[in-house]
Design a protein around this ligand. Sequence first.
Ligand code: PEP
Length: 247
Amino acid sequence: MRTKLAAGNWKMNGLKADLAEVETLVANHPAPLCDVLLCPPATLISAMAQIAGASLDVGAQDCHMKGSGAHTGDISAAMIADAGGSHAIVGHSERRADHHESDVLVRAKAEAAIEGGLIAVVCVGETEAQRDAGETLTIIGNQLKGSLPDHATAANCVVAYEPVWAIGTGRTPMLEQIAEVHDFMRNALVKRFGAEGDGMRLLYGGSVKPSNATEIFAVSNVDGALVGGASLKAADFGAIIAALDAA
Ligand code: PEP
């Protein structure tokens, strides 16, 4: 059985005052059945981890591939762990686009996260042009092949399918389209990693909100969600956690 995971990505949002939302979330959902993860900006990891206690995990939105050195502005896996983080998102489409991150780099970052004792949340997803061209499964297959380390396991790696055109747009794929990609990913992971691939959590991400969470969580091989905008407010993210607990 795969433990479901509700993961939130605050992106470049959140000041200390916004940690009140996390206090509310923890008060309302002290012991969810599913795993819960929040990835705030690096500036808030430490403070959020103190509030989170045992109710939820805290992670980073990126992780440098090296352990230390002359890399201005970057943070390493050891720094994330030192701040109280247990996960690192790598390969988010915004980083792939804004920072020109390739599959090779994403894989190196995932390896560094895992070697540093973190769980890597590896993101993949097609653009709208790629979907329109009928290339979705080819793109996803190539990104999985290129971005996942060979030593990825169910314990150290989570995969998030996030169609680029669904992120922050309010648009979501049809449920059949989510199922097609998630079933495809499961098959590819089992082929490459065997039982570990069967145990790896597969998250859907892209405009998940309280109103569509239940139907998305009923889709085959969807083990949870990576949530952007709706993870910023305790009420919305709490409703998504409740929907996942009920799935
Ligand atoms: C994301 O950034 O990973 C994401 C899925 O964003 P949103 O939920 O806002 O579409």
